[in-house]
Design a protein around this ligand. Structure first.
Ligand code: NAD
Ligand code: GLY
Length: 370
């Protein structure tokens, strides 16, 4: 088992990463408990695959378990299920000193974390992330929240977990498309700050995809180390944490344009967004054209979506996509804020990006669509 510390003073916690951690969850969580009971919230798909093992592991340590399984999918991350989850936790008589357990992907982690943040003005919670995306990104760093009619993640709170247990064994039941979507966030870490890690991913990514446990352990651990470092230095995104949004400005526009549907999963949009961010960086002379080409070659070798032509169905034109980035016309005609790169492993926040260059990159990518 690997351990990574998120250093946040009296809110510090560990991310423990390894195979078989669900089977050890009782022993891992017991030291945090003031009384031997926990409430677990999960989704129906994860419940079918992993809740019996978690319940057995907790009960083996004498911990009483109650569990709620919500429907699987992004649609669950809204007001209705926030109310359902929070009221269920109250019905379970969860008190301020108790622990809530979030077992699932980013949807459950974000929703249950937010519910824990507002329940009795804040109870502690433990993240048991079961997707690659949740293990390398969403379970670490304390961003919790829900979607509303106005957009994604617009209501929420910073609420750090007390412990994260990332069991890489549970990734065996994750569908390949969801695994690759999470891999989009893994690649992001190499691109934004660790060129050696990107080299390593080029060599070991295919083994990771095929199920190699050592490759998965290393990739999750290195990703979490990078995220933990950034969060420890900039918890509330005053500066450096914005780098974690590498590729996300393009991604958010594409997710909106595809209606947050299964035409484009979040991590797929991140991978395409990273490729576009590199293309933009090359176009304005920050890095060589070899960098976007190398990134695309790796994403292709992994069997991932790489370009706008890989997104099925209609897409709006470049102008409309820029509008979906949340930038108004006045700003578009002027200069835009993006995360760009001087090369692989060297990203930075660029405050002064010419709107015209963004438009040209999108126009070119759209022209390659059938
Ligand atoms: P998800 O939680 O919807 O999980 C994807 C699918 O995989 C679901 O159908 C789920 O039931 C299933 N699943 C989960 N674990 C499984 C397993 N081990 N075996 C089989 N099936 C399994 O989606 P996600 O990709 O994990 O997370 C996406 C969410 O994360 C988005 O809402 C996004 O906004 C959020 N996010 C949050 C942060 C953050 O910092 N808080 C960062 C990135 C993304
Ligand atoms: N996923 C972006 C962040 O945690 O800041």
């Amino acid at each position: 088992m690997n351990r990574v510390a998120v250093e946040l003073g009296d809110r510090s916690y560990e991310v423990r990463i390894g195979a078989g951690l669900i089977a050890r969850a009782g022993a891992e969580i017991a030291p945090l408990l003031r009384r031997k009971r926990v409430a677990v919230v999960t989704d129906e798909t994860v419940a079918a695959a992993h809740l019996p093992a978690l319940t057995a592991a907790l009960e083996a340590e004498g911990i009483a378990v109650s569990a709620l399984a919500l429907p699987a999918g992004e649609g669950t991350k809204g007001w209705a299920n926030l109310a359902r989850c929070t009221e269920w936790l109250l019905d379970q008589k969860v008190e301020r000193r108790d622990i809530v357990v979030a077992l699932g992907g980013g949807v459950i982690g974000d929703l249950v974390g937010f519910s824990a943040a507002i329940l009795r003005r804040g109870v502690r919670f433990v993240q048991l992330p079961t997707t690659l995306l949740a293990q390398v990104d969403s379970s670490v760093g304390g961003k919790t929240g829900i979607n509303t009619a106005q957009g994604k993640n617009l209501v929420g709170a910073f609420h750090q977990p007390s412990l994260v247990l990332a069991d890489i064994g549970v990734l065996q039941t994750l569908p390949d498309r969801d695994l690759l979507s999470g891999y989009g966030e893994v690649v992001k870490y190499g691109l934004l700050g660790d060129a050696d890690f990107f080299d390593w991913l080029e060599r070991h990514g295919p083994a990771l995809r095929a199920g190699d446990a050592d490759a998965r352990l290393h990739a999750v651990t290195r990703s979490v180390e990078m995220k933990a470092g950034i969060v420890s230095r900039d918890e509330t995104e005053e500066g450096e944490r914005a780098l974690l949004n590498f590729g996300h400005t393009f991604c958010h526009a594409l997710e909106k344009a595809t209606g947050y549907s299964d035409r484009l999963l979040h991590g797929e949009g991140v991978a395409i967004g990273c490729a576009l961010a590199f293309e933009l960086s090359a176009r304005i002379g920050l890095c060589s054209q070899e960098d976007p080409s190398r990134l695309r070659a790796h994403l292709r070798a992994m069997g991932m979506k790489v370009d706008l032509r890989d997104i099925p169905g209609d897409l709006p034109d470049a102008e409309a996509l820029i509008a979906l980035m949340g930038q108004d016309k006045k700003v578009i005609d002027g200069r835009l804020r993006f995360i760009l790169a001087r090369g692989i492993g060297d990203a930075f926040v660029a405050e002064d990006v010419p709107g015209d260059a963004v438009r040209k990159v999108l126009d070119e990518a759209l022209r390659q669509r059938p």
